[in-house]
Design a protein around this ligand. Structure first.
Ligand SMILES: O=C(O)c1cccc(C(=O)CC[C@H]2O[C@@H](n3cnc4c(=O)[nH]cnc43)[C@H](O)[C@@H]2O)c1
Length: 229
């Protein structure tokens, strides 16, 4: 820890610079944020899906010390709450299909007595980053299968009424961060609506642009974040 000396007195301790690891799924997402990262940040493409994301994020965390991990990329938005081109910062990162089907419906692994299905990012950081970049805040679901029907979208929203977006890596990145006792964030730029498959309606370029713009606004928020909140 750095301690500031002022006129011969010791004043409030200064925090050392925040070391940030940004985990995207693919190189296009990594490249969209790479030039806009705050100081002391690295971006790494960790692969598509929660398993690849967990394994490669953990490998990155083993290579160098970090203070905060961010899962970042494009995602599907639940309509009408998360329109295409908008940003979502997760206040909950939830694995939506980690569990068991039963005659009475889906049971998350936590109800089977195992593990976790939700990670909660630091609330003050979620609030301040979302305000800085104009993002909505809510649950971001992690799925292993991209939703492709209105029925599945409705079922996910029934089970997760606060869900704004779905993607495929957040929970894996969060599990890796938790293994290193590190806080985690997830930010998604909405490239498509969650629902019936319509590849012609994807707006990947627009979403990547929004993601980069968001990271360009994060530095002051991250610098002033009180890590003990
Ligand atoms: O082929 C399709 O119909 C299809 C629809 C949406 C996404 C995909 C992908 O293969 C992209 C996976 C990649 O992008 C993220 N992503 C983007 N949109 C979504 C979505 O609606 N649901 C889940 N993941 C999405 C995801 O995090 C992956 O990195 C294919």
């Amino acid at each position: 820890m750095v301690v500031q000396a002022q006129e011969g007195r010791l004043t409030a301790p200064l925090q050392s610079p925040l070391r940030l690891l940004v985990a995207t799924a693919v190189p296009a997402e990594r490249d969209a944020v790479a030039d806009l990262l705050p100081p002391h940040a690295d971006a790494v493409a960790v692969g598509v899906g929660p398993a690849a994301a967990a394994a490669h994020t953990a490998a990155a965390l083993a290579r160098a010390p970090y203070d905060l991990v961010v899962s970042a990329g494009i995602g599907g938005g639940f309509q009408p709450d998360a329109p295409i081109g908008s940003l979502v910062v997760a206040d909950e990162i939830t694995a939506a299909d980690l569990g068991a089907e039963t005659p009475d419906g889906f049971l998350p692994v936590t109800e089977l007595g195992f593990g976790a299905v939700t990670h909660r990012p630091p609330p003050s950081l979620v609030r301040d980053l979302a305000a800085a970049c104009g993002a909505r805040t809510g649950t971001v679901l992690t799925v292993s299968t991209v939703t492709g029907s209105a029925a599945r979208a409705a079922e996910l929203r029934r089970r997760h009424p606060r869900a704004l977006a779905e993607a495929m890596e957040g929970f894996g990145v969060a599990e890796a961060a938790a293994a290193y006792a590190l806080p985690v964030l997830e930010i998604r730029a909405v490239s498509n609506a969650v629902g019936p498959r319509d590849r012609g309606a994807w707006r990947i370029g627009e979403a990547l642009g929004a993601l980069g713009d968001a990271f360009g606004k994060f530095a002051p928020v991250l610098e002033s974040w009180n890590r003990h909140d």
